[in-house]
Design a protein around this ligand. Structure first.
Ligand code: CP
Length: 346
């Protein structure tokens, strides 16, 4: 009989056969087959994680996690996955516990920033076998400056732990969760992403990652967004270009009830208004987009990446009810991240 270690090596070989890259930036990099292989490896890890913990497969390796923004799930699940695999995790708080960093080229650094990413990224890569970075967009500017600068200057594999337009590890966990709900896959199944109210103009990283994941998994995806809250056109088109390969379908609608009706999973998320300056007022006028039991009546399961604002995004009744799968969804972060680390380092 094949040992667990040999099954893990086979799983890693399968991922590497489809995905040679060592950058996880927007989640589309592993492609359809690579993502399927990663999810199989994550399932194997999830089923045997205590036994895997004793194997110490990545002993001697190190992962540096640089967080420019807060985290509960991402930090903990990365550190736990790394430790369970026998590697060392270094937590770095960007700009607070580390030097304030500059990302633009050619600037005269006589302001607050003490260190340039051109030195910081290769230095961290000289210690750590994987660099993992979380950097939300700041203020009005929504771009991928920080994660792209690390991609340009890091010598080690790089994992995006959430940037302006992508949260690929969340996307992988969401895909695993929807597969669980669908009994192994969700190909051809109706799934819904619905905008929901949030007082702050949040970036689109999570909803765009969910769209990518649903399409990679071949879903019949219905995205409900109010007028004035459209998702990033180019990112949506790029994700939709995978529909041809996976058989996924993408429908956008202004009607959240129709989008949720009969869905295997309803994924709620707030994101900013296209008119960012007026987000608060616009979102406040859309309280009927809060996901409640009536909207969930004919839907199978409720998902959210967490943290979630109770009775703003979703009612207590739904979140505490039997359809809520947010805890297993969050738990799926550890196995998918472990699968990526194994694929790069085993
Ligand atoms: N969903 C998620 O990424 O949670 P954290 O922001 O707590 O890491």
């Amino acid at each position: 009989m094949q040992t667990l270690e040999s099954r893990l090596h086979d799983g890693v070989s399968r991922v590497r056969h489809h995905w040679k890259g060592t950058r996880l930036m927007d989640g589309l990099e592993p492609g359809v087959e690579g993502t399927a292989a990663l999810l199989d490896l994550a399932r194997l890890y999830r089923a045997h994680r205590l036994e895997i913990g004793r194997l110490r497969l990545l002993a001697g390796r190190a992962v540096a996690g640089l967080f420019f923004d807060p985290s509960l799930r991402t930090h903990t699940s990365m550190e736990v996955a790394t430790g369970r695999l026998g590697a060392h995790f270094v937590y770095l708080q960007g700009g607070e516990g580390t030097w304030k960093m500059e990302f633009e080229d050619g600037v005269v650094m006589n302001g607050a920033a003490q260190e340039h990413v051109r030195e910081a990224a290769p230095v961290l890569s000289s210690y750590a076998d994987v660099l993992a970075v979380r950097a939300f967009p700041k203020g009005e500017v929504e771009d991928e400056t920080v994660i792209r600068a690390f991609a340009a200057h890091a010598g080690s594999p790089l994992m995006n732990l959430e940037s302006a337009f992508a949260h690929p590890c969340q996307g992988l966990a969401d895909q695993l969760t929807m597969s669980d709900l669908g009994g192994g896959n969700f190909r051809g199944r109706k799934v819904c992403l619905t905008w929901a109210p949030h007082p702050r103009p949040l970036p689109q990283a999570v909803p765009l990652s969910f769209v990518r994941s649903a399409i990679l998994g071949g879903a019949d995806l219905h995205v409900a967004m109010p007028e004035g809250f459209d998702l990033h056109e180019e990112e949506m088109a790029r994700a939709a270009s995978f529909c041809h390969d996976t058989g996924a379908k993408l429908t956008t609608t202004r009607d959240p009830d129709a989008a949720c009706d009969g869905a295997l999973a309803v994924y709620a998320k707030g994101w900013r208004a296209n008119d960012r300056a007026n987000h608060e007022a616009l979102a406040a006028s859309l309280s009927h987009w809060t996901v409640d039991a009536k909207r969930m009546k004919n839907a199978n399961a409720f998902l959210h990446c967490l943290p979630v604002r109770r009775n703003v995004i979703v009612t207590d009744e739904v979140l505490d009810g039997p359809k809520s799968r947010v805890i297993p969804q969050a738990a799926n972060r550890e196995p998918v991240q472990a699968a990526v680390l194994l694929s790069w380092l085993l």
